[in-house]
Design a protein around this ligand. Structure first.
Ligand SMILES: Cc1cc2nc3c(=O)[nH]c(=O)nc-3n(C[C@H](O)[C@H](O)[C@H](O)COP(=O)(O)OP(=O)(O)OC[C@H]3O[C@@H](n4cnc5c(N)ncnc54)[C@H](O)[C@@H]3O)c2cc1C
Length: 270
């Protein structure tokens, strides 16, 4: 994987279990040779259908998060098939597809961690992934700002560059400020992780702030390019579509707020 020769896929979400991932229904049961047989459907799998292997979260016990176990399933295992890739608003460079597991047999050696430990493993992958998403959002927002700066200094209206107008200058200032704040936030969370310190709340805050900032910045970038911003001749409309995806994946931004609040005031009472 590190050499770029292998692609992995992460199979947590299901048609009826998105934000409430612990409600997943894909089941793994022991077969006669002490291996496992997996049945179920996973949705929204990034690299679905082209991945060399899939990390699959499946139910091996009771309802709830403690009944879930993680497995590593080779992409070419019999019984594993991919649906037609989703037709998405963005992220066109990477296929996203539903995967069907129909009597997929794997050896017990492909179990990751202990039985019942899968949900903890799944969440820890998401905690780290949120830092990556936050970094993507900052890079995307920076690209939108760079495009916008190049445009507003060249485009003239009312006899002068539109960058002269204070209303636009204030928008540019806000964009730059959000980018710098977002970069500082995710780097601070990443430093906690590197130091082996708790970083879950900070990673959720970074993902929330950076992706909401990217959405606002890319939307403003389209506005600042006027009609041209709305065309595919300039890259900002694509950046706006990609920013929307970042607010949804790796836990929606509503779920990030739940995570942050739980760290502040504890779990919700039922
Ligand atoms: C391009 C793309 C790639 C993806 N790649 C993967 C992947 O590789 N692997 C994988 O497992 N999944 C992947 N996903 C799935 C993604 O993680 C889910 O879409 C996401 O977790 C939301 O689940 P859902 O779509 O079922 O929405 P739902 O959970 O149905 O949510 C719908 C809306 O309700 C809100 N909501 C839900 N519960 C609450 C609550 N308790 N409080 C407040 N608001 C709430 C949500 O924030 C959202 O706005 C991908 C999704 C996309 C779009």
């Amino acid at each position: 994987m590190l050499a770029g020769g292998l692609l992995g896929a992460y199979c947590l979400s299901e048609p009826s279990a998105g934000s409430d991932a612990a409600a997943l229904r894909t089941r793994a049961v022991r077969d006669e040779s002490a291996g496992w047989v997996i049945d179920g459907t996973k949705s929204w799998v990034t690299h679905g259908g082209v991945a060399d292997f899939c990390t699959v979260l499946a139910r091996t016990g009771d309802e709830g998060r403690r009944g879930i176990t993680a497995f590593l399933v080779p992409g070419d295992t019999a019984g594993l098939t991919a649906a037609r890739p989703e037709r998405k608003m963005g992220l066109k460079g990477s296929p996203t597809a539903q995967l069907a597991f129909d009597g997929v047999r794997i050896a017990d050696a492909r179990r990751i961690g202990d039985e019942g430990q899968g949900f903890t493993i799944a969440l820890s992958a998401l905690d780290s992934g949120r830092l990556g998403i936050a970094a993507c959002a900052v890079g995307l927002a920076q690209a939108a700002l760079s495009e916008t700066l190049a445009y507003v200094t060249g485009r003239r209206q009312f006899g002068r560059p539109i960058a002269d107008f204070q209303g636009l200058r204030f928008m540019l200032a806000d964009m730059a400020t959000l980018i710098e704040a977002g970069r500082a936030l995710y780097l601070a969370a990443a430093r906690l992780k590197d130091a082996g310190l708790p970083f879950v709340r900070q990673a959720a805050s970074a993902k929330l702030f950076c992706t909401d900032a990217a959405m606002r910045i890319t939307t403003d970038a389209v506005q600042l390019l006027g009609g041209y911003g709305y065309t595919a001749d300039f890259p900002v409309e694509r950046l706006m579509r990609e920013a929307k995806m970042l607010q949804i994946v790796e836990g929606t931004n509503q779920i990030q707020r739940l995570v942050i609040a739980r760290h502040l005031v504890g779990p919700e009472s039922r």
